[in-house]
Write a protein that binds this ligand. Structure first.
Ligand code: PEP
Length: 260
């Protein structure tokens, strides 16, 4: 049994009308035909359509940075599953730490988003991770377990095949400080054990768990060769096609080393 590595780029609130399709085009040139790694980029909402056009025919899938759980109606500023599918999205980031801690999303809202994705044929990337204060208070396992339990409430084991978990310690996101491979592996293994308890071992073994938090070309190799790290969610380094390509190459090498 192998889990194919999955590398996704989260462009956050960056790029412009001109830059977004140009960046996607540069990525297509560098990694658009890679076979050994699943790939996605998640641009800002206004550029989804133009980035989707730039990615057409390549192996790089389109993803969104968020979704709303209602179908349509009086929800000013929100974006529905149908809208995301209209512009060609396959993946949706749910519960990114910036949405949890800057915007104030709760586990209950994030769970509704995950359920909406799996119910409507989109693949959620459920983000979990502890704050620095929580790690320092030895609460990492408790916090991440709670986020997993609540985030996946009502998700069947059949639907879990479409779910990716992204472990992103908040203190490592956009800070340049990354978790050590051992620190990351420890939490990834715990998440997989927990999925085994909630579902069953075979189901847990199939779930891809990405690491996120200041992944760069020079630390990607060590992280991605850890046994329970199945790819990465990349912020800053996904804004540079060269860096993104180097990380993908590290994932490909980790996969070829047949670590699992
Ligand atoms: C992220 O946005 O999910 C992320 C991990 O950002 P960065 O790679 O910049 O830390």
């Amino acid at each position: 049994m192998t889990r194919k590595p999955f590398i996704a780029g989260n462009w956050k609130m960056n790029t412009s009308l001109e830059e977004a399709p140009a960046l996607a085009g540069a990525m297509v040139e560098k990694v658009g035909s890679v076979e050994g790694v699943d790939l996605a980029v998640c641009p800002p909402f206004p550029y989804l359509a133009s980035v989707g056009k730039a990615l057409a025919g390549s192996k790089i899938a389109l993803g969104a940075q968020d979704i709303f759980y209602e179908n349509n109606g009086a929800y000013t500023g929100e974006i529905s599953a149908a809208m995301l599918k209209d512009v060609g999205c396959a993946y949706v980031i749910c519960g990114h730490s910036e949405r949890r801690h800057v915007i104030g999303e709760t586990d209950e809202m994030i769970n509704r988003k995950v359920l909406k994705c799996v119910g409507d044929g989109l693949k959620p990337i459920l983000c979990v991770g502890e704050l620095l204060t929580e790690r320092q208070a030895d609460e990492t396992i408790e916090v991440v377990s709670r986020q997993i339990h609540l985030g996946l409430e009502g998700v069947s084991s059949a639907d879990l095949t479409d779910v990716t978990i992204a472990y992103e310690p908040v203190w490592a996101i956009g800070t340049g400080v990354t978790a050590t491979p051992d620190q990351a592996q420890e939490v990834h293994a715990m998440i997989r054990r927990l999925l085994g308890e909630i579902y069953d071992d075979a189901t847990a073994r199939n779930v891809r768990i990405q690491y996120g938090g200041s992944v760069k070309p020079d630390n990607a190799g060590e992280l991605l060769t850890q046994p329970d790290i199945d790819g990465a969610l990349i912020g800053g380094a996904s804004l540079k096609a060269d860096d993104f390509a180097k990380i993908i190459s590290a994932a490909n090498n980790a996969n070829n080393a047949n670590k699992r």
